[in-house]
Ligand binder design. Structure first.
Ligand code: ADP
Length: 400
């Protein structure tokens, strides 16, 4: 009975996965949508069997968790007999500040810290905390663990995480680069080292996590040395709706030209920019952008080119700071599905002797070495599994 329940709680949603840690296989997963909004819906999927839906309004996350437990133990659709078969719960928490370079067993003090870091992640941390408190009520006595999106990035050296702004802002407000998607970067880097048979202490790995949100990290021996996301997930790569790197003076310029507030412009940079904005509003979904390009839409074509160009720039920078690279990994929605992005970015390292094998690269969502046998850099598609990474930490920290 070594089942770990992994929970990723948003303000009105709750994603979960139950994983058997004896074989690291998922037993069930699901999504609760519209919590505390009329039309609440739970979609539960016992792995290998049909999904089923429960449509029942819930007032809060505690009621949602109770329904998730009912689904997990349901006599027809369930995967366990009762909730006592859940060993521990792992929670994804977005911001853990410098305080938490690793996952941690949740105590009252940890909850206070998560609350304290809410001003750095106002959309996420309060929701994550709501999930933790709901589970504590629904399953008293079962240990809870927090796995932070920021933990992996905390090990960056000072020269990489500090911004060139007056130091008092760092001292007073902890303004630094944190690097998000940390659980994914850590998992993919570790798995890549094993998959490619690299030295676990010295392997230089670059992970391109390319989803709707996109980020890129460099690590040596599994330890992060740099990461493209900053104080918030807005910095770095061009994303579905986020601009990534821009000249900060653009904010003031748009404010003045359009009579907008800083908050309004930041909202545009977060929600209306990226490939959505560059394509003139086609879509934030890369499949739609690729289809528009195929139909001759020039803005979509340039958006895709710019997206890939920015990735290549970061890869080049990270190769330089690490003095080379042993493995280049692609993960998340675009990284796992879009062979053209993998081919263009991988072959951009041709000057180092890297080469993508086009035939093998014709693959989706499957752990695959996509470089040619003689490539000097191991290039791979490595599906991410944040839930498993959280479950591993949860199990390790709570195992008796
Ligand atoms: P997130 O977790 O950040 O929401 P995902 O990792 O689920 O993102 O990635 C979602 C994105 O993956 C979608 O926006 C879509 O653009 C992209 N994607 C999925 N399939 C393909 C594909 N076949 N080709 C290109 N992009 C794809």
């Amino acid at each position: 009975m070594k089942n770990v329940l992994v929970i990723n709680c948003g303000s009105s949603s709750l994603k979960y996965q139950l994983i058997n840690m004896e074989n690291e296989e998922a037993l069930a997963k699901g999504l609760f949508e519209r919590i505390a909004i009329p039309g609440s819906k739970l979609t539960h999927e016992p792995i290998g069997r049909e999904k089923f839906k429960i449509e029942k309004d819930v007032k809060n996350h505690t009621e949602a968790i109770a329904l998730v437990l009912e689904a997990l133990t349901d006599k027809d659709h369930g995967v366990i007999k009762d909730a006592s078969e859940i060993y521990a719960i792992g929670h994804r928490v977005v911001q853990g500040g410098v305080k938490y370079p690793e996952s941690v067993v949740i105590t009252d003090e940890v909850k206070k810290e998560i609350e304290k870091f809410s001003d750095l992640a106002p959309l996420h941390n309060p929701a994550n905390l709501m999930g933790i408190e709901a589970v504590e009520k629904a399953m008293p006595g079962v240990p809870n663990v927090a796995a932070f999106d920021t933990s992996f990035g905390i090990s960056m050296p000072e020269k990489a995480y500090k911004y060139a702004i007056p130091n008092e802002y760092y001292e007073n407000y902890h303004i630094r680069r944190y690097g998000f998607h940390g659980t994914s970067h850590m998992y993919v880097a570790q798995e890549a080292i094993k998959f490619a048979g690299l030295d676990k202490d010295t392997a230089r790995v670059i992970v391109c996590h390319l989803g709707n949100g996109a980020s890129i990290s460099a690590s040596i021996g599994g330890k992060c040395v740099d990461s493209s996301m900053g104080l918030t997930p807005l910095e770095g790569l061009i994303m579905g709706t986020r601009s990534g790197d821009i000249d900060p003076a653009i904010v003031q310029y748009i404010c003045n030209k359009e009579n907008k507030s800083v908050d309004e412009v930041l909202d545009i940079l977060n929600k209306k920019s990226g490939v959505l904005g560059m394509s003139g509003g086609v879509s934030s979904d890369f499949r739609d952008i690729e289809n528009a390009e195929a139909d001759g839409n020039n803005l979509a074509k340039v958006a895709l080119e710019a997206f890939r160009y920015r990735i290549i720039k970061y890869v080049g920078a990270y190769v330089a700071v690490m003095g080379g690279v042993d493995a280049l990994c692609f993960t998340a929605g675009v990284g796992e599905n879009d062979k053209i992005t993998r081919q263009i970015v991988g072959n951009a390292l041709g000057f180092l002797g890297a080469k993508v094998d086009d035939e093998v690269n014709n693959v989706r969502g499957k752990r695959t070495m996509i470089s040619t046998p003689d490539s000097k850099v191991k290039i791979m598609l490595m599906p991410t599994n944040e839930e498993l990474a959280i479950a591993r930490d949860t199990y390790r920290l709570t195992k008796k």
